[in-house]
Design a protein around this ligand. Structure first.
Ligand SMILES: Cc1cc2nc3c(=O)[nH]c(=O)nc-3n(C[C@H](O)[C@H](O)[C@H](O)COP(=O)(O)OP(=O)(O)OC[C@H]3O[C@@H](n4cnc5c(N)ncnc54)[C@H](O)[C@@H]3O)c2cc1C
Length: 374
């Protein structure tokens, strides 16, 4: 008989785990406490973002994840835009970081440094005034997260027979079984992919690990003309200080950080870096900020949204900036420098969590690696 697995959580980590198990021939049941996914996985940019990953295992995992995303989106008819990405430099120091990074990775990654004219030619949305250069990558893709994350369960059911039990909150996990109220569900293997609700099932594990929560503020801009497309997703200089990949630029990056600390103290204080992607219906997704803590204020701060928008206008020239929706999302993040938490609090029970701001980019590859060794 097939092995049976239960996956708790139908965010991207749970869906990626279910996919990896089902592809190995395991019978999978996914349980989620909500009627449909409402967590971090539907609140993000939908950026599948290898460029943010340092070379080596993480970059390889991101490119593997991207190829699984592509297969699934194609098979399931889920919208995906191979839009690529453009990182923009508006002064000599930002240019130095981009060029330093490009020099180090150009033999292994498909990137190109573009002149200001080439950038403007590629994207109608980039602000031309003061633009020095851009780093273009054709690799990054966009999915419309709420659509993709909610369409994947139907596809996994149809293609692999994965069962989904919605509105099934799990309050207890044992070796070989999980409990929702008085209902017991048996399985050979249990995977706990519960995102920021992690500590409810394993409070001691959570307390013993270097994990925190991070709250991010996001916005959606409407009012773009019908058919208008952003082109590649865009990032300004602050993003160079956010993604670990740019650490390869060394000393120039530290000087850029120091300058931002002097010139943009509020942006630095709220962990703001600004990116924009475009979803399938034309809406632009803009963010974000980073506030850390075990318990986070539920309300959004207007000053953060204002700071994000003012920085966005430094590097974009969009048809419309009207904000049509605001929200925040919370993810778990490791504080000891590790990139995820994979642990076994009980025999046969695997926790996968703590992917931080990279869950959409890394989950499929990580899940494959985790399943391969179980
Ligand atoms: C604003 C924002 C922007 C981001 N942008 C990007 C991006 O562009 N690219 C990228 O790669 N990453 C991005 N990320 C990170 C990415 O979204 C997360 O890493 C990822 O979504 C985490 O997925 P998850 O499955 O662990 O959590 P979640 O999506 O939160 O899913 C956890 C699920 O578990 C369920 N659950 C919890 N407890 C129980 C229980 N006891 N019983 C049953 N079900 C339970 C919940 O209902 C939920 O559906 C962003 C995150 C945020 C918040």
């Amino acid at each position: 008989m097939n092995q049976q697995a239960i996956v708790i959580g139908a965010g991207i980590v749970g869906l990626a785990t279910a996919t990896a198990l089902a592809r190995k021939g395991v019978s999978v049941t996914v349980m989620d406490r909500h009627a449909f996914a409402v967590g971090a996985s539907v609140r993000n940019f939908g950026m599948l973002w290898p460029i943010g990953q340092p070379s080596g295992q993480r970059y390889d995992r991101a490119t593997r994840s991207l190829s699984i995303w592509k297969e699934l989106c194609q098979s399931a008819g889920i919208w995906m835009d191979p839009a690529g990405s453009l990182h923009l430099a508006y002064d000599g120091l930002e240019q130095e970081v981009l060029e330093g990074f490009h020099d180090l990775v150009k033999t292994e990654r498909p990137y190109r440094m573009l002149t200001a004219e080439e950038v403007i030619h590629l994207s109608p949305a980039v602000r031309s005034k003061g633009l020095k250069v851009g780093l273009y990558s054709p690799q990054e893709c966009i999915v419309d997260s709420p659509l993709a994350i909610r369409a994947l369960p139907a596809y996994l059911s149809e293609a692999f027979g994965v069962k989904f039990l919605w509105e099934t909150p799990i309050h207890r996990v044992e070796t070989g079984a999980v409990w929702s109220g008085s209902q017991r569900y048996d399985a050979d293997l249990v995977f706990v992919c519960t995102g920021p609700d992690f500590e409810i099932l394993f409070p001691e594990e959570f307390a013993a690990r270097s994990v925190t929560r991070c709250k991010l503020q996001m916005m959606r801009l409407g009012d773009q003309p019908p058919g208008w497309r952003l082109g590649p997703s865009l990032c300004g200089g602050l993003s160079l200080t956010h993604y670990p990949s740019f650490g390869a630029a060394g000393d120039a990056l530290q000087r850029l950080r120091d300058r931002f600390a002097m010139e943009l103290p509020d942006h630095v204080r709220w962990g703001i870096h600004v990116m924009v992607s475009q979803h399938s219906d034309g809406g632009l997704i803009v963010g974000d900020s980073h506030e850390y803590g075990s318990t986070l204020e539920p309300f959004d701060r207007e000053e953060i949204n204002m700071a994000i928008l003012s920085y966005l206008k430094r590097f974009t020239d969009l048809p419309g900036y009207r904000v049509t929706r605001t929200w925040n999302g919370i993810y778990t993040k490791m504080t000891d420098g590790s990139t995820e938490l994979v642990c076994h609090p009980l025999p046969g029970v695997t926790v996968i969590n703590g992917l931080g701001g990279n869950g959409m980019t890394l989950s499929f590859g990580l899940a494959e690696e985790v399943i391969a060794v179980i």
